[in-house]
Design a protein around this ligand. Structure first.
Ligand SMILES: Cc1ncc(COP(=O)(O)O)c(C=O)c1O
Length: 389
């Protein structure tokens, strides 16, 4: 293996790009996180140790919610909130179909029926105009429309003003699925403060992720927060051997809380970096492809940067990018109402044409706070080339 040969290889095969570079953040925060975890090792309170309560307080201050209750995952956060709201058998839970499966899964898990509502073509988030029609479909099916789960997809808040108005007209509880979007703002307020409760996820790939699974419920309702605190530890009452309701074991590990506290310190800086990267993508790709929009008054945390490639060319573009070492992802290739586990559930009036269209056109590009300009240029140039062929 001589020198010249190696450099030729490097020229023809540039190194693959990371889709989400979790290791880059680890390099920045490593010593602080190691020290925080070492503190937990020394006091050994691995379940609901002091770092959990401290992190809940920090999170509440950050997003402006009165109460934050952490738990074992974003999915559990949604389940705990639905259970605490009293949603169950015979109830309909309205939600989008163009989302991660957990949004609808939790409705079924608590014994209720998900009813799918179409999404808005521009924001990919639930179309509030479809809520009344979906509630009518639910009633026709003998269900009681009880709650709605709007999703803040890819980091962008749903239109919470419109959702609130439509939900009020139908007497629905609102549970915001902010799993992908913690930190984002709607009407200049952080998510976590919209709806009766909001749930988020700390899955490692999320904008605020931990080193495993984790989640949280945010709410201004003290009674709801108390019920969720009870539910996350087997439905305890005044002490853990006083069981007043059926619950589950769903705590955020103390080690994960310690890690998240360190990550929260740099989160504003990371959100700014992600936003700069997203703007740069849009500036340099907006002339040849449909790039994401952010309505005024909102910010996105860019869990994904997702463009739309129409006319059946999306998969060919993904293949061309892959050949250049550029990873892409399709979130979501099959909307939930077409999935085996969910296709028997009702859909709102008029069907879900936008969800179907988006599923065939969306493609997400590499996005993380540590994507440097040169690497991003490689992605941009490759996307432009692929779109022009
Ligand atoms: C929209 C949405 N809801 C819920 C969840 C569930 O979160 P978790 O994976 O932490 O259970 C996710 C996770 O990917 C998600 O994207």
């Amino acid at each position: 293996m001589g020198g010249p040969k190696r450099s030729m290889n490097l020229r023809t095969n540039p190194p693959p790009i990371a889709f989400i570079d979790v290791a880059a953040q680890r390099r920045r925060l490593g010593p602080a996180i190691d020290a925080a975890v070492a503190r937990v090792y020394s006091h050994c309170q691995f379940i609901l140790g002091p770092e959990v309560r401290a992190f809940e307080t920090e999170l509440a201050m950050f997003c402006g919610a009165r109460h934050v209750v952490t738990c074992a995952s974003g999915t559990d956060a949604l389940v705990l909130a639905l259970r605490a709201m009293g949603v169950g058998q015979g109830d309909a839970v309205l939600c989008p179909s163009f989302t991660f499966c957990a949004t609808a899964e939790v409705a079924a898990l608590v014994g209720a029926t998900p009813v799918f509502v179409d999404v808005d073509e521009m924001t990919f988030n639930i179309d509030a105009k479809g809520i009344a029609g979906a509630a009518a479909v639910a009633k026709d099916a003998g269900l009681k429309p009880k709650a709605i789960i709007p999703v803040d997809l890819f980091g962008l808040p749903a239109d919470h003003g419109a959702v609130r108005a439509a939900a009020k007209a139908e007497n629905l509880l609102v549970l915001d699925d902010a799993a992908q979007s913690f930190g984002a703002m709607y009407n200049n307020c952080r998510l976590g403060t919209f709806g009766h409760a909001a749930a988020t996820s700390f899955f490692p790939a999320k904008p605020l992720g931990c080193y495993g699974d984790g989640g949280a419920v945010m709410t201004d309702d003290g009674g709801l927060a108390d019920t969720i605190r009870s539910l996350r530890v087997h439905g305890h009452g005044s002490n853990k051997y006083d069981n007043i309701r059926i619950g589950l074991a769903s705590r955020l590990d103390t080690i994960q809380a310690a890690i998240l506290s360190e990550k929260l310190k740099i989160f504003p800086d990371e959100m700014e970096a992600r936003d700069k990267i997203a703007r740069r993508y849009s500036e340099r790709l907006g002339d040849i492809v449909t790039t994401p929009i952010v309505p005024s008054g909102s910010t996105s945390v860019w869990a994904q940067y997702t463009i739309r490639v129409a006319n059946g060319r999306r998969d060919a573009v993904a293949t061309m990018l892959k050949a250049e070492g550029i990873p892409t992802a399709i979130y979501y290739p099959i909307p939930l109402h077409r999935q085996q586990a969910y296709k028997h559930y009702p859909v709102g009036k008029g069907g879900l044409p936008v969800s179907d269209r988006l599923a065939s056109e969306v493609i997400s590009l590499p996005m993380h706070a540590y994507l440097d300009t040169a690497t991003q240029d490689r992605v941009i140039d490759a996307v432009r080339r692929a779109l022009k062929t």
